[in-house]
Design a protein around this ligand. Structure first.
Ligand SMILES: Nc1ncnc2c1ncn2[C@@H]1O[C@H](COP(=O)(O)OP(=O)(O)OP(=O)(O)O)[C@@H](O)[C@H]1O
Length: 247
């Protein structure tokens, strides 16, 4: 029994001049899953993320969030519609404390926070931020300047900033890039924990991370979907093996 997709694309196409970075991509993320997108360099993974988060306006095709068309909407509107993205490059305010970083992000989510503004907004905003800090295992660093955190902790904070906007879909762009082995294990643990209550779309090069976390995997190659399935199905797929061997 398939649930209706949380996010889907229909014939999504993005051309840069004569280059087809995405070509007729039909894709769907089921609610409650951790869905990984993998593929060789230049396969179109970042372009896909950029289209669904509004950074790029696709050349043609449609993007639907819970059946509502969001194609070509600006990033702020897409964020208000509950798609949050954590970037490869850290996106935090280094001169602010961890809790301030989370509070700033949550206050930017005007609609769902309008109630809080009417009722003891400050105390509630702080309580909410502490819940997020708990979720990202940084509660004991609430008052610490973000600039004093380790690289791994900064990536956790960045995910907290995305969580504070109360997304329905969290897009993670290479969350373990540049991490040590132990930071990578911590990140796997974090994504698994937040994925218990949230739909996550993840672009990741580290196959151990992908195979540890993903419920489903979509493989992009030359801007098209080469394969889709469970981690076991993808690992056993000869076309996928060939696409990676040619790298
Ligand atoms: N703004 C742009 N202008 C022109 N070409 C672009 C632009 N962005 C991406 N491309 C091209 O589109 C293709 C897909 O790039 P994209 O960055 O989406 O791939 P990727 O799968 O994310 O690669 P990587 O794993 O290396 O990050 C590449 O050929 C890239 O050079």
């Amino acid at each position: 029994m398939d649930a209706s997709p949380l996010l889907s694309t229909e014939r999504l196409t993005m051309h840069f001049g004569g280059l087809a970075a995405l070509e007729n991509v039909n894709f769907a993320v089921r609610p409650g899953t951790i869905h990984a997108i993998i593929g060789p360099n230049g396969a179109g993974k970042s372009t896909f993320f950029n289209c669904i988060t509004g950074v790029l306006r696709p050349t043609s095709g449609r993007i639907l969030l819970q059946g509502e068309e969001i194609t070509g909407l600006p990033p702020e509107t897409i964020s208000q519609k509950s798609i949050a993205r954590s970037y490869q490059i850290t996106n935090i305010f280094p001169g602010s404390t961890c809790i301030e970083n989370i509070r700033i992000a949550s206050q930017s989510r005007q609609y769902s926070w309008s109630i809080l503004r009417h009722h003891r907004s400050d105390a509630l905003a702080t309580d909410k931020a502490l819940v997020v800090l708990d979720a990202i295992a940084l509660r004991d660093k609430a008052g610490e300047l973000a600039s004093n955190l380790s690289h791994g902790e900064q990536r956790h904070l960045e995910i907290g900033i995305a969580l504070a906007t109360e997304p329905k879909l969290l897009c993670l762009d290479e969350p373990t890039a540049g991490m040590s082995a132990s930071e990578t294990l911590d990140m796997i643990d974090l994504v698994r924990r937040i994925g218990a209550n949230l739909t996550i779309l993840i672009v990741e090069h580290d196959m151990h991370v992908v195979m540890s976390l993903a419920d489903r995997i979509t493989v992009f190659d030359y801007g098209q979907i080469l394969a889709e399935g469970t981690p076991e199905e993808i690992q056993a797929n000869p076309q996928v093996q060939e696409a990676y061997l040619k790298m």
